[in-house]
Design a protein around this ligand. Sequence first.
Ligand SMILES: Nc1ncnc2c1ncn2[C@@H]1O[C@H](COP(=O)(O)OP(=O)(O)OP(=O)(O)O)[C@@H](O)[C@H]1O
Ligand SMILES: [Mg+2]
Length: 351
Amino acid sequence: MLSSLILHDFRCFERAEFIPSPGLNLISAPNASGKSSLLEAICVLLRLQSPRAGALAETIKHGAAGFTLRGKTDGRELKCHLSREEGRQLLLDDVPQRKSDEYLRVGLVAFFSNEDIELVRGTSSKRRRFLDFLGSQCDVGYLKNLRAYERALRSRNFLLKEGPHRGKELSAYDGPLITAGDYLAKVRAQLCEELAPAVAKHVGAISTRGEATTLRYERSGGPDFAAALAGSAGEERRLRQTVVGPHRDDMALELDGAAAVSFASEGQQRTFSLALRLAQADLIRTSRGAPPIYLLDDIFGELDPHRRRRLLSALPADSQRILTTTTWQWLDETAAEPQHWRIEDSRVVSA
Ligand SMILES: Nc1ncnc2c1ncn2[C@@H]1O[C@H](COP(=O)(O)OP(=O)(O)OP(=O)(O)O)[C@@H](O)[C@H]1O
Ligand SMILES: [Mg+2]
């Protein structure tokens, strides 16, 4: 649970403070007032990752040298500073952290946004990102292996781009690539197996049509990564890049037996993506023994009244929920004692 957040030179906020309540927080403000930025700040502070920015430096306020985010969560103090010149600095309970491992063990997040529909209809990179975000919160070794995989992949692709004369050096990176790649694929496949029933349950609860869902991990070169890598040597020389491995894998989603990406209606795709996010949060809770903070960025506008109510009641009452919208006029009495907030002149004020 997040008990305080202080933002400094983050997006449109020069300096702002937010003291969320432990339960349901509803933030309403007009367009471009900083709603998404506020939720993004929470995600960056707790997970060191932005749900929308490619590079974290994009979130530094225009004209500022760097941002600072500070917050308290479950009695721990987190501070993340990013400077354009000097890079990132992390403090956990005032102790500088050279690595992010221990820091990242503190906060758990489930982030919902309108772009989530891309999980269903977008490219496979969106689904891999989803699995990586989940894996890094559920599995202790995930992030370390992801970084090792990315390093080995970059080096291999660099050599492949250079041309055939660097071919002999490639094999030095095969070992690290296979070790880390097998680790990632194993965790991702396991996560998909656990996600499947949770997604089916949530689709059943949100939708009125009772569609059947399937979800499975698909490895780009088949189950044996080492063999697939060896077998793709010709193709990778031709295309000058590594063509099999977890960076090409996918999570296949089906609705009533057909690929959701091509056959589901927009409403069905939205329901599926919502169910994926809800299931993601369930898995984090199961594996870590505590619910994540639910951050929902302005997604209610896209839903019909029935699905709005279903979604609100699907968020566990014992979790901290921080929701944004331009208006809560549709909200009825069923939402139990929410704390209301507004954003005015880049300040978060109680409403
Ligand atoms: N790096 C930055 N520095 C300064 N301002 C920024 C930066 N990035 C975005 N902004 C501005 O911050 C403001 C708030 O953006 P944000 O996306 O948080 O608004 P929002 O309340 O979510 O709006 P909407 O309802 O349209 O989604 C916008 O005016 C945007 O242009
Ligand atoms: Mg927004």
